[in-house]
Structures are given as structure tokens and as C-alpha cells.
Design a protein around this ligand. Structure first.
Ligand code: 6PG
Length: 483
């Protein structure tokens, strides 16, 4: 008789297939199922040939081939398809069985699914899985959250297949209840957007202003990869820039319009909802939106005239400034991402462990980098750290980089190189480190036109005042509500 499976995976697109192969490599017996069942045979006769992977041709068949409690991991398109599978699984599952959603689901959907399934006695886990095809195959970063009761049964599988840090720790930890796992994955993706946009801004600065060719650009990124910027995204950038096929450099033939599947946008929306100034990620999303308007940009360039960038010679001082600017902006972006997670943790009653999150992102995922080790160390030193920018190590990096950042941002503004993410990082920092901002004037304006009231510097906070700015003799103020 065939051995029963430890876990089933639904969805045999590349991520699903690779996760199954990864689980198989680690000694787990996996049942593979796909709605279009011809894919199951293709997989069994293709990549899965010679493995212990078991094929299933219906949900019933799949469940009958699993050990109890049954664990079913969905690797299907986020959104409605996840709900459809959950609906067809529910009547066939028993109490204590586990459904795991490994797609890029919106955390609010995961919260809802946890609640629904809890009532039925079925466990639900929403897990972030990062690292693309290669990560799934050889070690992704995994961010599970949902119903903690189910964690012990899936923990051995997840810990085994996850990426490992240089110290051998698995890049997978329990994140928190409800949608916490998918939330942390969403922030990961937002940070991914920021890191990518910053690299693109540095690329344009060097390509258009310094007029460097692809080989030179690639060499600079390779060089930066030996510094604090060492990361997967810098590494692949260096590879991309020098990559040639028979028609030459591929990078020069790619249309400059960015796509997006929505996780960066969700991060921005959530930050607006929670009132967190996640400026760098938001600018990165908008930069993709501007890029997508190719025809309008062509028209606008014709209308205003093509920019003539002033001749700017390359120098090691300028490259150093640029490297420092990337590092500075990266610190700001992560500080903002952590601010969002800290606020979300309170708002949604998760108890997020910030050091563990840095550990989960250390290897396997798209934003993996040496830098994350430093974030983990900061939270290990001070688990209650209010903000990454209040850590002494990051303070020293920021202070060292600041003069460079100001020079690069000024250069970009002076010459017309758009650097929205880098510029927003500096603006955020300047606002964040200013005890007195011009919001006194803003409050006065609100009070002037709408009697919205204001608090005073010389009175206890929480008391509200209204001035009769136009001598109307009215002392009616607007009713108070704040978003
Ligand atoms: C990952 C990635 C992945 C994401 C792609 C595309 O962690 O492996 O974040 O989940 O889907 O990077 O995202 P966009 O299409 O939004 O750029």
C-alpha cells in the first residue's frame, strides 16, 4: 500500500511545484493536486519523476491520501480562487485539519478566513512565502500566521524547507495571529518595491548624468555588493546590467513601464489607514505608476523639450556619495516599514517579534541582505526599540551618510534626474528630526476656514482652542473627529 502523505499542495504552477520538490528533498511525502488534472501527470512524469511525490486527481482523492490531521497547502492565485478552494475543502475536512494559504493574499482576507474557519473547527494558516521560483525550490523565507494551534503540526515541514541563515537558523518563525503572516509578507513586498526603486534611481543617475555604459554600471553594483549594501537585489542588478544575448544588452531593449501585482499598493494603503508616514514605499509605488504612463511621458517630453543633462564627470567621491545615499534611504525605508508593523501590531492585536521578522528576511526572500542582520541585532539589543532610527548603530550610519545624501539629492534636483524615493527619504528624515514643524500654521488655517480648533504650545495638550479670525463673533467650533 502506498505511503500516506504528510502534506498536500494544491496548485502546480512553478511556485507550487518547487515547494513540493523542496519538501520531498527534506524527506516529506507530498500529495500534489491541480484543478486541471493533466498538470498532475505532467508534473509526475516531468520534474517529479523518481521522487516520492503522490499525484491526486480530485480533492476527495487528495484528502484520502493524507495522514491525519490533514494539512493542505494552497499555492493558487490570491483572491477568489483561494475562497473557492476553501469552500470545496470545508465539507470534506474534519475538525483539526489544517488549510494553509501560501499565496500573496491580502491580510484582511486572511483575517476573515481565520474567523470563518475557526467557527468550523478547521485550522487556517496564512503564510508569506518569498524568494521566487528558486527560493521555493531551495529555501524560501516563510512568514506563517493565523491559528497558532496548527503551528506545531506544520512547523517541522516549514522549518526544514525554509532558507537558513549563515548560523543555520531557519528563516521561518511564527509571526502572529489572524492575518499577521500575510501582513508581514505585504510589508516585505513594500520594502522590496522601495529597494528596487532606489537601485533604479541610482542606475538612472549614473547612466544619464555620468553617462556610464552597462559594463561600468554593472561593475559599480558588483563593487557596492561588497559593502553594507550587500544584497540579492544589488547582486541581480549587476548581473542584469551586463547580460547580453545575440542582439546585445537586454536591459537596453526593455520597455520602461513597470508592472505591479498590488502588494506595494496595499502596503501604502494600509500605511494611510494607520496614519504612518511610509513615504518611501508610497513614492516607489507612484514611480511605477508614472513609468506606466509611457505615452503621456513621450508627449510631455516633446511638449517641454528633452532635458540636456550637464556633463558630469565620474569621480570616486560622487560614487561614494551615491553609495551612501542608497544606504541612508534603505535605513529610512526599513525604519518606516517597521513603524508600520509596530502600529499594525497594536491596532490588530498581534504581538509581532521585530527581531524574528528581520531573521525571516535575512535569507531566502527577495530583500535578503546583510543589512537585515543589523536590524535583528538592533532589536536583540533593545526589544522595545521605538524606532530603528533611535538605534546607535543606525544613527552612526545615518550621520555619516547625510552630507552625501544632501549632495546627491541636490544634484538630482539641479539636473532634473527624478529620484522620488531618495528625495522622500531625506524629506522624511528632515521632518522626523525637527521638533517644531510648520503645522502650527496648518492648524491655524484649518481653524480659520473651518473652526477646526487647535492645541497650544503653552497649555496642556488635549485642550482645544478656537480663534475668531475674521471677527464674526461666533464661538461655534466644528465637531471633532480625526482619522
Ligand atoms: C517574493 C516577491 C513576490 C512578488 C513579486 C512580484 O517575495 O517572492 O515579492 O511575492 O509577487 O516580486 O511583485 P510585483 O509584480 O508587485 O512587482
Amino acid at each position: 500500500m502506498q505511503q500516506k502523505g504528510d502534506i498536500a499542495v494544491v496548485g502546480l504552477a512553478v511556485m507550487g511545484q518547487n515547494l513540493i520538490l523542496n519538501m520531498n528533498d527534506h524527506g516529506f511525502t507530498v500529495v500534489a493536486y491541480n484543478r486541471t488534472t493533466s498538470k498532475v501527470d505532467e508534473f509526475l512524469n516531468g520534474n517529479a519523476k523518481g521522487t516520492n511525490i503522490i499525484g491526486a486527481y480530485s480533492i476527495k482523492d487528495m484528502l484520502s491520501k493524507l495522514k491525519k490531521p490533514r494539512k493542505v497547502m494552497l499555492m493558487v492565485k490570491a483572491g477568489e480562487v483561494v475562497d473557492q478552494f476553501i469552500d470545496s475543502l470545508i465539507p470534506q475536512l474534519d475538525q483539526g485539519d489544517v488549510i494553509i494559504d501560501g499565496g500573496n493574499s491580502n491580510f484582511a482576507d486572511t483575517e476573515r478566513r481565520v474567523k470563518t474557519l475557526k467557527k468550523k473547527g478547521i485550522y487556517f494558516i496564512g503564510t508569506g512565502v518569498s524568494g521566487g521560483e528558486e527560493g521555493a525550490r531551495f529555501g524560501p523565507s516563510m512568514m506563517p500566521g493565523g491559528m497558532m494551534e496548527a503551528w506545531p503540526t506544520i512547523k517541522p515541514i516549514f522549518k526544514a524547507i525554509a532558507a537558513k541563515t549563515p548560523n543555520g537558523e531557519a528563516c521561518c518563525e511564527w509571526v502572529g495571529s489572524g492575518g499577521a503572516g500575510h501582513f508581514v509578507k505585504m510589508v516585505h513586498n513594500g520594502i522590496e518595491y522601495g529597494d528596487m526603486q532606489l537601485i533604479c534611481e541610482a542606475y538612472q543617475f549614473m547612466k544619464d548624468l555620468l553617462e556610464l555604459d552597462n559594463e561600468h554600471l554593472s561593475a559599480i553594483f558588483t563593487n557596492w555588493n561588497q559593502t553594507e549594501l550587500n544584497s540579492y537585489l544589488i547582486e541581480i542588478t549587476a548581473n542584469i546590467l551586463k547580460f547580453q544575448d545575440k542582439e546585445g544588452y537586454v536591459i537596453d531593449r526593455i520597455l520602461d513601464t513597470a508592472g505591479q501585482k498590488g502588494t506595494g499598493k496595499w502596503t501604502g494603503i494600509n500605511a494611510l489607514d494607520l496614519g504612518i508616514p511610509l513615504t518611501l514605499i508610497a513614492e516607489s509605488v507612484f514611480a511605477r505608476c508614472i513609468s506606466a504612463q509611457k505615452n503621456t511621458r513621450l508627449q510631455a517630453e516633446r511638449f517641454y523639450g528633452k532635458k540636456a543633462y550637464p556633463h558630469t564627470p565620474i569621480s570616486s567621491a560622487l560614487l561614494h556619495d551615491l553609495q551612501q545615499s542608497l544606504l541612508f534611504a534603505k535605513i529610512i525605508s526599513y525604519a518606516q516599514g517597521y513603524m508600520l508593523m509596530q502600529e499594525a501590531s497594536q491596532t490588530y492585536n498581534w504581538i509581532l517579534n521585530y527581531g524574528d521578522i528581520a531573521l525571516m528576511w535575512r535569507e531566502g526572500c527577495i530583500i535578503r541582505s546583510i543589512f537585515l542582520e543589523k536590524i535583528k541585532a538592533a532589536f536583540d539589543r533593545s526589544p522595545q526599540l521605538q524606532n530603528l532610527l533611535f538605534d546607535d548603530y543606525f544613527k552612526s550610519l545615518v550621520q555619516k551618510a547625510l552630507p552625501s545624501v544632501r549632495r546627491i539629492v541636490a544634484k538630482g534636483i539641479e539636473t532634473g534626474i527624478a529620484m522620488p524615493a531618495l528625495t522622500s527619504a531625506l524629506s522624511f528624515f528632515d521632518g522626523f528630526t525637527t521638533a517644531r514643524l510648520p503645522a502650527n500654521l496648518l492648524q491655524a488655517q484649518r481653524d480659520y476656514f473651518g473652526a477646526h480648533t487647535y492645541e497650544r504650545l503653552d497649555k496642556a495638550y488635549g485642550q482645544f482652542f478656537h480663534t475668531d479670525w475674521i471677527g464674526s463673533n461666533s464661538n461655534v467650533s466644528s465637531s471633532g473627529y480625526n482619522v
